[in-house]
Structure formats: structure tokens, C-alpha cells
Design a protein. Structure first.
Length: 52
């Protein structure tokens, strides 16, 4: 995140602060993976149909 060398304790980050900033990026949709848009309702329905 800040381009400082990583530390053994927080690898691959340099500090707890950079580690937390990276996690916040994931939670806030700052990072994304390429994929087709999916309707959350169809996922929920599929999961329930597969259970007994």
C-alpha cells in the first residue's frame, strides 16, 4: 500500500495499518474480480434448491 519494505510480522505488508487498509479496500468493493453480473436472488434460490 505504501511501498515500504514488508515486515516479517505483517507479511506481505509493512505494518498493521497497511494490512487493515488493504482489508478495508476489499470490504468497500475497492478491489474486484472480473465476472458476469449475477442476480443475488437467483443464487439464494439455487442454494436452497440443492439442500435436502
Amino acid at each position: 500500500m505504501c511501498r515500504r519494505p514488508r515486515s516479517e510480522e505483517f507479511t506481505p505488508f509493512c505494518s498493521q495499518r497497511c494490512k487493515d487498509r488493504d482489508l478495508a479496500q476489499w470490504f468497500g468493493d475497492g478491489y474486484s474480480l472480473p465476472a458476469e453480473p449475477v442476480d443475488p436472488e437467483s443464487i439464494a434460490q439455487t442454494d436452497w434448491d440443492g439442500q435436502e
